[in-house]
Design a protein around this ligand. Sequence first.
Ligand code: ADP
Length: 357
Amino acid sequence: MTVHQIELTGINKYYGAYHALRDIDLKIRKGAFVALVGPSGCGKSTLLRSLAGLETISSGDLVIAGAKMNGVPPRKRDLAMVFQSYALYPHMTVEQNLTYSLRIRGIDKAEAKRKAEEVAATTGLSHLLGRYPRELSGGQRQRVAMSRAIIRNPKAFLFDEPLSNLDAALRVHMRKEIRALHDRLKATSVYVTHDQIEAMTMADHVVVMRQGIIEQQGAPLDLYDRPVNKFVAGFIGSPAMNFVPASSGSDGKSLLLEFDEPQTIPFMKPVKAGQPLLVGIRPEHFELAGDADAMLRLPVGAVETTGASSYITTATQPELVIVLNNRAAIRSGEVIGLCFDPSHLHLFDQQTEIRLG
Ligand code: ADP
């Protein structure tokens, strides 16, 4: 039997007339790392804050470790929040920052100190216990913020965009560090981010939100392989999936891709003739092909090379982005042949933008 540490059922949240969360159903397994991801304003912070008790939900049920929590004040929910702003006490040392929450709960000084040392050893802060926050780097401050959450031994950790203040290299490092810590502590973690790479690399369950709705949730690669609609398809993956309007050929075995100069590609799955479609294909799923194997022949617009990869933008309407993992000797203005595995095509209804098949 799966044990759910957090169960949200039919959660709605209104700010006045504004419907910020719409019928949210989400079950979080004990020990899971769940990422809430979506564009700014989609409601992910509101959902996290509702979990923490910092927002009152308008309707629905919120259960943590088997107990109904609607209306229970934040400090009685036994959850720990980690923010991007760290929220450390500047006039306290690292050790005092760590022990503060224990001391106000009446734990004696020696025991609090022992716990601080134990947690500091886990998070690599042992040598910094006597320092003040201003004497720490961004990454170290972030570690103090996490240690302060860990020391309380909460039922779950709630992370609100904790890495957005850090530079790119440190972000990648802290991503791994937080995930490793999660694995060591076997904690339940809910992590809010607008960065799909962060969500995909850290979480074992990704929840994609838009306009207060959960559009799709599942294992990261399931979302990448089978996005339920155009929004999720375009949001997960970088660079984003390409979309081309299309219709099925009258023979039922081909698709007409409606570029400014239309092209026909073979396609075996049954599609209704004449149905307006949207074909999706990821930039990384193209390969260069010679005349004999080319499925598409497209004019090249821009070529950008990072050393490891080449990014090609086609001079078509709509344009395609193609990523080649080598230094292709391709120039703007030439026509290139491309092929791809047809199983990598994603098909959506052009009107509803919902996945077909
Ligand atoms: P996200 O974290 O995904 O960027 P939020 O959860 O912060 O989004 O906000 C979701 C929506 O709710 C936004 O449109 C935001 O403007 C609105 N909102 C958030 N907090 C309040 C508030 N206190 N009063 C009114 N509207 C709010």
